[in-house]
Design a protein around this ligand. Sequence first.
Ligand SMILES: NC(=O)c1ccc[n+]([C@@H]2O[C@H](COP(=O)([O-])OP(=O)(O)OC[C@H]3O[C@@H](n4cnc5c(N)ncnc54)[C@H](OP(=O)(O)O)[C@@H]3O)[C@@H](O)[C@H]2O)c1
Length: 270
Amino acid sequence: MEKTISFIGAGKMAEAIISGLLSSKKLTNAQIIISDKYDKRRIEIEETYNVRSTPDNAACVKEGDVVFIAVKPQDVEGVLEQCKGKLGQKLVVSIAAGVDIAFIESILDKQTRIIRVMPNISVTVGEGMSVIIKNNSADATDINLLKELLSSVGDVIELKNEGLFHAVTALSGSGPAYVFMFLEALSDAGVRMGLSREISNRLAIQTVIGAGKMAKESELSFATLREAVTSPAGTTAEALAVLESKSIRSAIVEAVKAATLKSKEMSTRS
Ligand SMILES: NC(=O)c1ccc[n+]([C@@H]2O[C@H](COP(=O)([O-])OP(=O)(O)OC[C@H]3O[C@@H](n4cnc5c(N)ncnc54)[C@H](OP(=O)(O)O)[C@@H]3O)[C@@H](O)[C@H]2O)c1
């Protein structure tokens, strides 16, 4: 790929994406430039990944064909003000949670090509879920470029309806926390049944990884996969009956609904 990518903000998420891009060999070190207001962090990333860096956001913007806004949501407005008027034909990519396209356009302009991304924390291990949406000025080539870049840190899906980003936030954005809670409970259960914590943790983790991989690779529905490991009157059936009696399904649906509503509420408040 010929493009140069600028990252304004060199925090956790930017580092994960830079690391993925370099290990996938989609870009060379010289094609990445970062800026961060925190000098120590900027130099740490520059040295770790052998990328270029500058303390000056405007200089960083100038270098890139694609400009990632990778600062915390509350810092986005200030960064966009600094970028204003310097973007020309550059593609702007915001990964800030809860910052919608209309807000970005209100500071830049509608002619700027903009893509909003909702990634999740698992990009840090190359297994993230990133959902992307473009504004009217960006085109299919921009979407394909983003898909190619972000596929180095996991799966990527394009949505056409930005209103659904609240549901995305609630499902894949917050989802890793639900899985961690499930892992905690599974491991606690193993300990209660006599396994050591270490063995219980390993069993729980590998079970979640393996089931996730099967679900991803199989053409079968989740329900069919579940039935395939549930012998009549067997141990799994016994456990599933308890889970059903405790309403696990409706608890999960209610949880995702509550997170979706919270995301909507937070965006109308700001
Ligand atoms: N972490 C997640 O799971 C997750 C998931 C989805 C989306 N996101 C989004 O990803 C974005 C980045 O998150 P993160 O976890 O990587 O945050 P982070 O680790 O705090 O990184 C942001 C970096 O940008 C720097 N920065 C702040 N203002 C700046 C400015 N004006 N110019 C240049 N650099 C500036 C910060 O420096 P200081 O520390 O000195 O302020 C920090 O080093 C956020 O908007 C978040 O909503 C994160």
